[in-house]
Design a protein around this ligand. Structure first.
Ligand code: DXP
Ligand SMILES: NCC(=O)COP(=O)(O)O
Length: 249
C-alpha cells in the first residue's frame, strides 16, 4: 500500500485485569506478542505515576521482548524521563496526567510549559528516543509543539469519540482534519488516538496524512469475547479499508 496506516496497540488494560486480583495473569508481555503477530505495528503502554495498570516490571520486560517498537506514554516528570533513558523505548509520548482521572482527559498544555517540554524533548533526543506530544486539536498547541522540536504529535481523539450526536462528531472530525493539515504543514508527523473503537475508527483512519492510530481499551474489551488475535486483526482491517476511501476534507 502506498500510504499505509499503522496500528499501535495499547495493552494497558490487560494489566488492569491482572492487577484487579494481584495475579501474574493475564500478562501484557504475552498480549504484546499476540498483538504483533496479528497486525500491530507497535505496542503502546502508559506507565502511570500511580502504576494502576502497567508496572515498571512490564516496561522492563517489554523493552526487551517487543519485536516492533515500544511507545511509552508518560507524564513529563524526572522519574519518568529517567525510566525512559534506562529502558530506551523507540518512542515516548508525553501526556498530561492527573492521579484521580479515570483516563487521560485532555491534551498536554505545551504552550503553557514550553521550556519544560523542550528540555524533555532534548533529553529524550540525546538518549536516541523520538518524542511525541499528546495534544488537542488546537493550532496554538501545535505551533508550540513545533517549537519544542518534537518530531511527532498524537492528536487527542477523545472529544470525537465522546460526541453524542452525528453533528457533534462531524464538528470534531473537521477539527481533527484541520489540525492534521496544520501540523503536517510544519513538518510534524501526526498520529492520533484515544477512545477509538470499531464503530468510529474509519473516518479517522481515512485521513491520509495520519501515520498511526493508538488504540487500546476497545481492542482489549473485544478480546474478552473474540480473542486478542481477532480483536487486533479486525481493527487493522477496518483501518486499512478506510485508508482506501477518497479523502474527506
Ligand atoms: C494518552 C492516551 O490517550 C491514552 O493512552 C491514555 O493515557 C490511556 O491511559 P489509560 O489506559 O490509563 O486510560
Ligand atoms: N494514546 C491513546 C492510546 O494509547 C489508547 O487509548 P484508548 O484506545 O485506550 O482510549
Amino acid at each position: 500500500m502506498k500510504n499505509p496506516i499503522l496500528l499501535g496497540v495499547n495493552i494497558d488494560h490487560v494489566a488492569t485485569v491482572r492487577n484487579a486480583r494481584g495475579t501474574d495473569y493475564p500478562d501484557p508481555v504475552q498480549a504484546a506478542f499476540i498483538a504483533e503477530q496479528n497486525g500491530a505495528d507497535g505496542i503502546t503502554v502508559h506507565l502511570r505515576e500511580d502504576r494502576r495498570h502497567i508496572t515498571d516490571r512490564d516496561v522492563e520486560i517489554l523493552a526487551r521482548t517487543i519485536q516492533t517498537r515500544m511507545n511509552l506514554e508518560m507524564a513529563v516528570t524526572d522519574e519518568m524521563l529517567s525510566i525512559a533513558e534506562k529502558t530506551k523505548p523507540a518512542y515516548v509520548c508525553l501526556v498530561p496526567e492527573k492521579r484521580e482521572e479515570l483516563t487521560t482527559e485532555g491534551g498536554l498544555d505545551v504552550k503553557g510549559q514550553e521550556s519544560k517540554i523542550k528540555e524533555a524533548c532534548e533529553r529524550m533526543a540525546e538518549a536516541g528516543i523520538q518524542v511525541s506530544l499528546f495534544i488537542d486539536t488546537d493550532e496554538e498547541q501545535i505551533d508550540a509543539a513545533a517549537r519544542t522540536g518534537a518530531p511527532l504529535i498524537e492528536l487527542h481523539t477523545g472529544h470525537y469519540a465522546d460526541a453524542t450526536t452525528e453533528h457533534e462528531r462531524e464538528v470534531e472530525l473537521v477539527k481533527i482534519q484541520r489540525a492534521v493539515s496544520h501540523a503536517v504543514g510544519q513538518g510534524i508527523q501526526v498520529n492520533a488516538g484515544h477512545g477509538l473503537q470499531y464503530h468510529n475508527v474509519q473516518p479517522i483512519a481515512a485521513i491520509k496524512e495520519i501515520v498511526e492510530l493508538n488504540i487500546g481499551h476497545a481492542i482489549i474489551g473485544r478480546a474478552v469475547f473474540s480473542g486478542l488475535d481477532q480483536a487486533v486483526s479486525e481493527m487493522k482491517k477496518l483501518m486499512v479499508e478506510a485508508r482506501q476511501w477518497p479523502y474527506l476534507v
